[in-house]
Design a protein around this ligand. Structure first.
Ligand code: WTA
Length: 636
């Protein structure tokens, strides 16, 4: 942990600016946010920075009126950014497409008009289920322009998961594409939407972008082609209240039901624009590439909105980073002269496995700063990223944050002053983030001791609530340590004050950076007619972080067989999506349970990983442990 790495002199901005800004952000909340809240334009300025009268429902920039689409587009086309490239869109295969700020502005207006013509109104909820094509950010911005609340569902989710999100968000309009490309295959998105609608409470409009030109069913008076509804012209951006909802994004937690995280029109944009500026210090001429998917918060905040708010040029890549060849990422960096790269530890570990010869065969000298997100980065991957990709001259910006936090919470700050980096540490909190680490009883742990990371005070990027479920918002985030925001991760702060994030403290997994609730997968399994009980946990994996392992028991009358297991996997793939399919499913006759009937996931996992199972005094059926051991012996 003492492994400090002195940075290249040119990055050694003195840290005093960081500490000064950080302290000011906590001591003078009004002054700090009065100033930094102006990173976006307001139609009507806010008259108060923070209203904390209804804790923990914090409201920011009170009575301010703004519009995210206006801030991403209209204000830039009034100045020299008008003809600047907003996105260089790179497809999995074929030629790139370039769209300027003015071009994007025109397209967003045309789609906003199309939505209005269909009868969509301010406050309506819209589900977006799309591949990584330009129409995805266009759809998000068009919704923001007219004040419709968008709910992007990752295109790797299956029909049941999609239906649940359509229903919970109460979306009556869906924006999708005929299909999407993934490693040379076509994913039939419109077909999945059709099946999800059958499982939903009813949908009025489906808007379909022609992308793969595959054959699809179009339901009259419900389904419309995007090309047929867009209409050139200008749509006045809605004046949104700072605390009107902007979007819903579902994320996994510790129950089977995903949570709809609701973000606001004012605080969220202010937070993401400031954090991108602080952490990466992008320059006007830089090319930024956030290699995430728009279906996740990283894509929302740092592919679409923050770079546009700052008027940057971004690469947006449709495909997989190792397709068609393992050098795809390096080829894109070289071809488009990427300066700032933001990706995940999983991606780095995967590309590292292919070997150095791929990055070494490309000119990566345009790179200035490297970022990572999604899970803890292990020192070996950090060093490879730093040395092989960055040639030991690019700082690594390890950004720790979550869907709920809107943007970065702990991250080195290239703008305010970089600390000496320590491989594997996200270093220090962003301004406005008052973090601490507590033990089970809510007492501060000592430096070097592991505990739960919490944030003591609100910041503008904090979600408004959980959609339709204020109670869950309070219970999940503000109850374990009363009044403090509980992040659900373990952390350590070392003697130098650096934060080290150690992974989830709950039943949530990170599989290739995707956040997966084990209980969601269990629910998916036990909803099948053959399965009686299921226990799901994560098995550590050197590339993916976690892989999903399931133990299940069958109902009477069903026999275990390899075909059955394959069939179960296939149904999980269709219902929940490919990212939720367990890598291993083991059928046993009983699973370890407490006397009150709760499945002891922890015991199964320990036996599976050949670790000590800990306290098993409440175990009801000891034989079950023996059976798991035997099952594990057979696999190994
Ligand atoms: C994990 C992704 C360590 C963490 C932006 C968090 C990280 C969860 C890091 C949120 C990091 C994210 N170091 N762990 N730099 N970044 N995490 O909502 O467990 O998909 O709680 O947001 O990812 O995942 P989510």
């Amino acid at each position: 942990m003492k492994d400090t790495l002195p940075m290249d002199e040119k990055y050694k901005v003195h840290m005093s600016k960081y500490f000064e800004e950080y302290e000011r952000s906590l001591k003078d909340v009004n002054g700090f946010w009065n100033e930094n809240g102006r990173i976006i334009d307001w139609f009507k300025p806010f008259d108060k920075v923070l209203d904390d009268s209804k804790k923990p429902f914090y409201r920011w920039f009170i009575n301010g009126k703004t519009n995210l689409s206006y801030n991403c587009l209209d204000r830039h086309i009034q100045n020299e950014k008008r003809n600047k490239v907003a996105f260089i869109w790179v497809p999995e295969k074929g030629e790139e497409k370039v769209v300027t700020y003015f071009g994007l502005y025109r397209r967003v207006n045309a789609f906003a008009r199309g939505l209005l013509n269909l009868g969509v109104k301010k406050g309506d909820k819209i589900t977006i289920y799309m591949p990584m094509i330009l129409e995805a950010p266009i759809a998000m911005l068009a919704c923001a322009r007219i004040g419709a609340v968008f709910n992007v569902v990752f295109s790797g989710f299956g029909e049941q998961a999609l239906a649940e999100r359509i229903n919970n968000s109460n979306s009556k309009t869906i924006i999708t594409a005929d299909g999407g490309y993934r490693k040379g295959n076509i994913i039939q998105l419109k077909n999945i939407v059709d099946k999800a609608i059958d499982l939903s409470n009813g949908v009025d409009n489906v808007i379909v972008v022609k992308n793969t030109h595959t054959e699809i069913d179009m339901e009259p008076d419900r389904d419309y082609y995007y090309d047929d509804i867009i209409e050139d012209g200008y749509v006045e951006p809605e004046q949104m209240d700072s605390n009107d909802p902007l979007f819903i994004l579902y994320t996994s937690g510790t129950t089977g039901k995903p949570k709809g995280i609701l973000h606001a029109n004012g605080g969220y944009p202010v937070w993401i624009a400031n954090t991108l500026k602080w952490a990466f210090n992008p320059k006007d001429e830089d090319r930024w590439w956030c290699a995430a998917d728009i279906g996740w918060i990283t894509g929302h905040s740092y592919i679409v909105f923050a770079p546009l708010l700052l008027g940057l040029t971004s690469v947006m890549y449709e495909g997989a980073i190792d397709y068609p060849k393992p050098d795809r990422m390096w080829e894109i960096i070289e071809r488009y002269g990427v300066n700032l790269l933001y990706t995940s530890p999983t991606a780095i570990r995967l590309l590292m496995k292919y070997g150095e010869k791929y990055p070494l065969s490309h000119d990566l000298s345009s790179l200035k700063t490297l970022g990572t997100v999604g899970e803890p980065i292990n020192p070996a991957a950090w060093h490879w990223y730093y040395e092989v990709i960055g040639k030991s001259r690019c700082p690594i910006i390890d950004t720790y944050w979550q869907t709920e936090t809107g943007g970065f919470t702990i991250s080195p700050s290239a703008r305010l002053g970089l600390p000496d980096l320590k491989p594997g540490s996200a270093t220090f909190p962003m301004p406005g983030i008052d973090a601490e680490i507590l033990d089970e009883n809510g007492k501060n742990v000592k430096p070097g001791e592991k505990g739960y990371i919490v944030i003591k005070k609100p910041w503008p990027g904090l979600m408004l609530t959980v959609n339709n479920d204020d109670k869950r918002y309070i219970d999940t985030y503000f109850s374990k340590f009363k009044g403090k925001y509980f992040m659900g991760d373990y952390a350590i702060q070392d003697d130098d004050g650096y934060y080290w994030l150690l992974g989830r403290s709950d039943e949530v997994l990170k599989v290739s950076g995707h956040r997966i609730g084990t209980i969601e997968v269990e629910d998916g399994l036990v909803s099948m007619k053959e399965i009686a009980e299921a226990a799901v946990f994560g098995k550590p994996d050197t590339v993916k972080g976690d892989t999903i392992v399931a133990f299940a028991t069958l109902k009477d009358g069903y026999e275990k067989s390899p075909e059955l297991i394959e069939n179960i996997k296939k149904r999980i793939r269709n219902n929940l999506g490919p990212i939720m399919v367990p890598e291993e499913i083991h059928i046993v006759s009983t699973v370890p349970k407490t006397r009150s009937g709760k499945i002891m996931r922890r015991v199964i996992k320990a036996v599976y990983l050949d670790q000590l199972p800990g306290d098993i005094s409440t175990l009801e059926n000891e034989a079950s442990v023996e059976e798991i051991k035997r099952a594990v012996d057979i696999i190994k």
